[in-house]
Design a protein around this ligand. Structure first.
Ligand code: HEC
Ligand code: HEC
Length: 252
């Protein structure tokens, strides 16, 4: 009997150690705290005067080059929430279709949190997949869009340019490896749509987008040529989250 009691208490101690070990594997950055089901409802059906997000950002939330809309699926919730807030307060203007300011105003603060939380929860690629579904560069070229050189873009993303009058900091230094993001401040730019990336970099450069903390992106884009912008966008749209042989990121 005593032996039995001892065995039982050992089991309890072991269980006591195991359970908290699982419970502490919480995310390393602040995840969205909204209601995922309510967010999904808004994404698929819209709300009140606001149309369904799928109408422009595509069914899977991966964006659309013909419309110039960004991929919003799998983006970090805190960043998405900030953009919706910036659109709602006109700190950021939708320079492409002129619709996002009204869309954001039509959602309540809770709706914005819910839809951002849902979008973050979408995993657009099977784990370990080398490439997420960025833009199809061959198709864009065939449609007359000028596409940059991916190898030059890779160099800019990884190392930047220091050896000339207009230095450009490596995108990686803020946006992480292959632009996979460094939440909550630095968004994912890897796997983003080509047309959207080019539009935003030009908007940062001419100051028509200026909602960046401390003007960080405007300072970078001002030193980028049209070529630099197209090259970086061409590389980033197909950039994988994963380094070779490693199917985990620091955020998994
Ligand atoms: C009628 C088309 C349209 C609809 C509907 C629409 N969007 Fe957009 N959205 C856009 C466009 C265009 C942009 C790019 C704005 C720009 O270039 O400045 C954009 C940008 C965004 C961004 C900024 C993303 C980033 O990476 O900075 C967010 C977030 C966003 N939309 C969320 C939503 C949500 C949530 C919904 C549904 C409630 C929605 N959109 C519905 C057209 C639309
Ligand atoms: C010093 C830090 C820093 C560096 C280096 C940097 N960025 Fe950024 N970038 C930011 C911040 C901060 C934001 C988010 C701005 C906001 O909150 O709207 C951002 C946003 C962006 C966006 C808009 C994303 C979206 O979904 O709307 C693009 C595109 C972008 N960066 C591209 C680049 C590229 C390309 C490079 C390298 C040439 C680069 N960035 C280097 C800080 C940086």
């Amino acid at each position: 009997m005593r032996r039995y009691v001892k065995a039982m208490s050992t089991a309890v101690v072991v269980a006591g150690l195991v359970v908290p070990a699982i419970a502490v594997s919480s995310p390393m950055y602040p995840k969205g705290k909204g209601n995922i089901a309510a967010g999904k409802q808004i994404f698929e059906n819209g709300k009140g005067t606001v149309p369904a997000c799928t109408a422009c950002h595509s069914e899977d939330g991966m964006g659309n080059d013909d419309m110039g809309t960004p991929r919003i699926a799998g983006q970090y919730a805190v960043f998405l929430r900030k953009q919706l807030e910036d659109f709602a307060t006109d700190k950021r203007k939708d320079n492409t279709m002129g619709v996002m300011n009204d869309n954001a105003k039509g959602l309540s603060p809770q709706d914005r949190t819910d839809v951002s939380t849902y979008l973050e929860s979408i995993d657009p690629g099977a784990k370990g997949e080398m490439f997420f579904n960025g833009s199809n560069l061959e198709e864009l070229t065939a449609n007359g869009v000028e596409v940059g050189a991916t190898h030059k873009g890779k160099s800019l993303v990884e190392w930047g340019q220091g050896n000339r009058q207009k230095p450009v900091a490596a995108c990686r230094s803020c946006h992480g490896f292959n632009g996979r993001g460094a939440p909550p401040i630095y968004p994912r730019i890897g796997g983003q749509r080509y047309v959207y990336l080019v539009n935003q970099l030009k908007a940062w450069r001419d100051g028509t987008r200026n909602n960046d903390p401390m003007g960080q992106m405007q300072a970078i884009a001002r030193n980028m040529s049209d070529e630099d912008i197209k090259n970086a966008a061409a590389y980033l749209t197909k950039a994988s989250d994963y380094t070779k042989g490693n199917f985990y990121t620091p955020y998994d």
